[in-house]
Ligand binder design. Structure first.
Ligand code: AMP
Ligand code: DBH
Length: 555
């Protein structure tokens, strides 16, 4: 299998249009880093304050050093048999090695699969088997969790997985990442570096189906999205971006994120913990000018600043996205943190919307922005795909120069997730203002947005259904003042288990033991005799959401 087998290309006439318009400039990540190193080699590219399992002490890498490390990593990976087109699951904390590894992979044309540190056996096992990954990169022990053990188990089950690389001192039975780089032959000895139209990596979708879907992004399309983002966020070589969220997530990676910052020749500072106690002193010390947060973290920072915490004063721009930021909270940003708010409504599949730096405060606080590109096509439609007028709420469909035309290797899902003419069905319910800004009004997809962390209901339901006492399960969102939403699992027990029913905590433990990321474990479990049904007999999640919301209000 080659990555191209699972990739739905942009139709030729669109690709041509995007090139002529100057969106796709034939850049690749490998060459981008090379050019930045040539232009300002001695400037600092990445600051890692250390204090995590990968490195105790601080590292400051210049562009020249990152470039050299990417070359040596590329040569080392080639020497160990990793080749162009191979998939490599990368699961690293916010450490400098993340960039060394992904740029090394970009250079040889192997595809990082961007896992999150929170992922466990259920997710990682699936990524490795579904992508037939050749390698898996992990920290040793991080946040009290031993990733080497997980890697050992996954490796035993996946014959294609030839190499496990451990960032940190003690690799256990695996290979130390630090032992990989070498001065051997580079990509030119193995068919050359990838081209701009090639798939650069597989990003993850929050999804709404039983298993997560993988998102193939090309060098051309992704570099356009981060260059456009960097421009409209005012990035330049003096920008200092604090990477607070997990570095591999699409938002801190590209909106404009660390890659947009490197594109602009700025400096990326990795934040090991998102709490203000860690972030504020780091902002002060490094002169951070811009960062991106999900709404619950933005609230935490606002509260800390109001209580008198200091250190954030150099911040010029705060990006908030991933989940809906309330107008009330949005209005506090400028007075409390003294910086400009940019709301960002994006998706790993492509389309990213921003409020602009010069938008009036009302638009900044009440909308989720407008698309990056003049060629982002946005449709707001009813249930029959008929276009709705501005101001009406409907389904958001989109197509454009950095929105995928299909998930990787998923023909059945693609038939549901894309229209015949290539629009991506985002599953979001939006309204468009006369200025072209979008307001997110809700969601039609079967997903819970837990403060920016997406939970696909079906995925959790499948794990609950594996429990011997569970006859049926329906996972819905319940309102939460801090996260916006949390998950509630409604469960119908099998008749023979109703005498001695399991407790809610038992079901949670069961799901956790199956190796699911902690954020996907249901926050609450409710037992019912039967589910409410819709007119045609499907489970009415609307009624379940209303029921749990009402019982929470009743206290
Ligand atoms: P994913 O497809 O997993 O990358 O998740 C993207 C989804 O996150 C979007 O389709 C929205 O549902 C949600 N999202 C991202 N940013 C925002 C935002 N600013 N406001 C509301 N929802 C958002
Ligand atoms: O939630 C997201 O996936 C997201 C949010 C903001 C995103 O992918 C992005 C910006 O690029």
């Amino acid at each position: 299998m080659t990555p191209l087998d699972g990739f739905t290309p942009y139709p030729a006439e669109f690709a041509e249009r995007y090139r002529v318009a100057g969106y796709w400039r034939g850049e690749t990540f490998g060459r981008m880093l090379r050019e930045r190193a040539a232009a300002h080699g001695e400037r600092i590219a990445v600051v890692d304050p250390g204090g995590h399992s990968v490195a105790v002490t601080e590292r400051r890498w210049t562009y020249a050093e990152l470039d050299r490390r990417a070359d040596r990593m590329a040569a080392g990976l080639l020497a160990r048999g990793i080749r162009s087109g191979d998939r490599v699951v990368v699961q690293l904390p916010n450490a400098a090695e993340f960039f060394e590894v992904i740029f090394g992979l970009f250079r040889i044309g192997a595809l990082p699969v961007f896992a999150l540190p929170a992922h466990r056996y259920a997710e990682i096992g699936y990524f490795c088997s579904f992508t037939e990954a050749a390698a898996y990169v992990v920290p040793a022990v991080e946040g009290g969790y031993d990733y080497r053990e997980l890697a050992g188990r996954v490796r035993a089950e996946n014959p294609a997985l030839r190499l496990v690389l451990v960032a940190g001192e003690d690799p256990g039975e695996h290979v130390r990442l630090a032992d990989v780089p070498c001065d051997g032959p580079g990509p030119e000895a193995f068919g050359g570096e990838p081209g701009p139209g090639d798939v650069a990596f597989l990003q993850l979708s929050g999804g709404s189906t039983g298993v997560p879907k993988l998102i193939p992004r090309t060098h051309d399309d992704y570099i356009y999205s981060l260059r456009g983002s960097a421009e409209l966020c005012g990035h330049d070589p003096d920008s200092v971006y604090l990477c607070v969220l997990p570095a591999a997530h699409n938002f801190p990676l590209s909106s404009p994120g660390s890659l947009g910052t490197l594109y602009a020749g700025g400096r990326v500072v990795l934040c090991p913990q998102p709490a203000p106690e860690t972030a504020f002193p780091l902002i002060e010390r490094e002169g951070v000018t811009v960062t991106g947060l999900v709404p619950p973290l933005a609230l935490l920072w606002l509260d800390a600043a109001e209580r008198g915490a200091r250190g954030y004063e150099s911040l010029e721009v705060l990006l908030v996205g991933g989940a809906k930021f309330s107008e009330e909270a949005a209005r506090r940003v400028r007075p409390v943190l003294g910086c400009i708010l940019q709301q960002v409504f994006g998706m790993a599949e492509g389309l990213v919307n921003y409020t602009r730096l010069d938008d009036p405060e009302d638009l900044v606080t009440t909308t989720q922005g407008r698309p990056i590109s003049p060629d982002d096509e946005v449709r707001v439609v009813d249930d029959q795909d008929r276009d709705l007028p501005d101001g009406a709420t409907g389904h958001l469909l989109t197509r454009g120069p950095y929105t995928i035309r299909g998930y990787w290797n998923a023909p059945a899902h693609n038939a549901d997730s894309f229209t015949a003419d290539g629009f991506y069905r985002t599953g979001d319910l939006v309204r468009r203002t006369p200025t072209g800004h979008l307001v997110v009004e809700g969601r039609a997809k079967d997903q819970i947005n837990r403060g920016g962390e997406k939970v696909a209901a079906e995925e959790i339901e499948n794990h609950l259904l594996a429990h011997p006492a569970v006859h049926d399960a329906a996972v819905v969102s319940m309102p939460d003042p801090y996260l916006g939403e949390r998950t509630c699992a409604y469960v119908v027990l099998r008749a023979d288990h109703r005498e001695k029913p399991p407790k809610g905590v038992e079901l949670k433990r069961f799901v956790r033991q199956r190796g699911l990321a902690e954020y996907k474990v249901p926050d609450r479990v409710e037992f019912v005799a039967a589910f409410p049904a819709t007119g045609i007999g499907k489970v009415s999640k609307k009624d379940l959401r209303a029921a749990i919301a009402a019982s929470l209000t009743a206290g």
